[in-house]
Write a protein that binds this ligand. Structure first.
Ligand SMILES: Cc1cc2nc3c(=O)[nH]c(=O)nc-3n(C[C@H](O)[C@H](O)[C@H](O)COP(=O)(O)OP(=O)(O)OC[C@H]3O[C@@H](n4cnc5c(N)ncnc54)[C@H](O)[C@@H]3O)c2cc1C
Length: 460
């Protein structure tokens, strides 16, 4: 990946722009040796680096980032720290069974708590609010499905922080006539992803981790005694490496096993101008929770600390290009804006100030994985899908346990070293992605066909 560092400091997410000027660390310009090299400075890479360094204060731990800290999904996401896992809960249940679904829920519950604790213990200034999440439906059909989801959580005994809310209740709270009901989930939070990832960098550095930015890994070679990591003009000789590149992992030159593990899928977001007090009054939403709908092509919404609304989703696009360069999607941004104004006609004249997109990592099973690649000296993390904020924070602890060679409750989680299906053909993956997208959109259309001016009908 050839990167002009200047281009990385602009045209990024609202969060990155709001966070202000950023001076990246200089690139690595010599050959070095390290105990552990971590490729990628997002939530996964930085959490892993910090955790491992805490366990091994004398170890030389190096993070190599092709662009800048938080360049990937970690600096562009919506900041929902939630217990969501995989696609729909029903699909996870069908594919993986009850026990694994319960275990995934417990892991994610721990992940949300772990993330909050990290923020509070280290005084991160990342605007964390443990304000809960509301899952909303628009149509009777979606509401029936939501009821089944709620009953499923109850049957599995994982509904501890969930409350069912009827139409009247959600409409009263959110002042939108489009809402048909919802589930309130109190044990989740929201944060500013860019502030969070930059705070993680500082924390890791304060423990003695070295972070090199604008330092792309161009090759990985195994020898009997070491792993050799190439960067332009130099090499690092390491005992172990962690490939924490999530949606970018196809570009890491390594074995085919790594390159066929997942595919990037693009998702897009918009941010409104600051709303006036009167506008906030008109839309209710007093508790400022995050919320999302239960469409297959879900939309999600949250307030910012400066009084804007961030919203995203509504589409997920597979491209043939790599994940590095943002592909603009005016159609998706337009869809998001129209959808926001469909929910809230009160905001029909509200301006959209920011638009951007980012890649999430999707694999054939649609659940995340942490795996050894060929041998225990290379650990890969990917497939975090759109729900990686809390997950990747705890995964950092899990990967540190693996690097230490320890078997722990976390390394026993079934996403660790599971047998994932490979996405062997690019063309087939592209076609399957496009077909799945059409099928999911058709599902939404079917469930929303009775709505007046349904959101699915308005934009392709
Ligand atoms: C638009 C959007 C909204 C999202 N919203 C949410 C949300 O609200 N809640 C939630 O839970 N999840 C959300 N997600 C998902 C979540 O952001 C990700 O799962 C998570 O941030 C992944 O973190 P990571 O560290 O594994 O990967 P990344 O943050 O993508 O980091 C990978 C890093 O690797 C670097 N890299 C790539 N190639 C190389 C190379 N050759 N050499 C060196 N470095 C390299 C990249 O530059 C990048 O910085 C969203 C994602 C997107 C895109």
């Amino acid at each position: 990946m050839t990167v002009d560092p200047r281009s990385l400091l602009q045209n990024q997410s609202f969060w990155q722009q709001e966070c202000g000027a950023y001076s990246p660390n200089p690139p690595l310009t010599e050959d070095i040796k390290a105990d552990v090299v971590i490729i990628g400075a997002g939530f996964t890479g930085l959490n892993t680096a910090w955790q491992f360094k805490q366990d091994n204060p004398n170890a030389r731990v190096v993070v190599l980032e092709a662009a800048i800290v938080g360049f990937g999904a970690s600096g562009r996401n919506a900041g929902f720290s939630t217990k969501m896992f995989g696609l729909e809960p029903e699909i996870v249940l069908l594919r993986w069974g009850k026990q694994k679904m319960i275990e995934a829920h417990q892991y994610l519950k721990k992940a949300v708590a772990h993330t909050q604790q990290l923020i509070e213990e280290h005084g991160f200034d990342s605007d964390y609010r443990h304000s809960g999440l509301v899952r909303i439906s628009y149509s009777d059909k979606q509401q029936e499905r939501m009821k089944k989801t709620y009953q499923l959580f109850q049957e599995l005994g994982i509904d501890e922080d969930m409350t069912w809310r009827d139409k009247q209740h959600v409409q009263q709270e959110f002042h939108s006539e489009q809402f048909a009901g919802g589930i309130y989930e109190s044990g989740t939070g929201q944060l500013d992803p860019c502030k969070q990832v930059r705070a993680l960098k500082k924390l890791a550095e304060s423990a003695g981790v070295t972070v090199y930015e604008t330092t792309p890994v161009t090759n990985i070679t195994r020898t009997a005694s070491a792993i050799i990591v190439d960067i332009p003009g130099h090499k690092i000789t390491a005992d172990k490496i962690v490939v924490a590149t999530n949606a970018y992992s196809r570009q890491i030159p390594d074995t085919r096993r790594l390159q066929t593990r997942q595919h990037p899928i693009w998702t897009y977001q918009i941010v409104t101008e600051r709303l006036s007090d009167a506008q906030w009054e008109s839309i209710g939403w007093k508790n400022r929770q995050a919320f999302g709908d239960n469409r297959q092509m879900l939309h999600y919404f949250r307030p910012t600390v400066d009084g804007r609304i961030v919203m995203g989703g509504g589409d997920a696009i597979v491209y043939r290009t790599d994940a590095t360069h943002e592909v603009p999607s005016p159609m998706t941004w337009q869809h998001c804006e129209a959808h926001l104004k469909w929910i809230y006609p009160q905001l029909k004249d509200t301006r959209i100030d920011y638009r951007w997109g980012g890649p999430v990592s999707l694999n054939a099973d649609m659940v995340p994985e942490i795996s050894f690649i060929d041998d225990e000296r290379i650990i890969y993390s990917g497939g975090c899908f759109g729900h990686g904020v809390a997950l990747t924070h705890l995964n950092g602890r899990t990967i540190a346990d693996l690097l230490n060679g320890n078997k722990t409750e976390l390394t026993d989680f079934w996403i660790v070293n599971r047998k994932s299906l490979s996405l062997s053909s690019d063309t087939l993956t592209f076609l399957a992605g496009r077909t799945a997208r059409c099928a999911l959109k058709a599902w939404d259309w079917w469930e929303e066909r009775a709505l007046k001016s349904s959101p699915g009908e308005r934009i392709g």
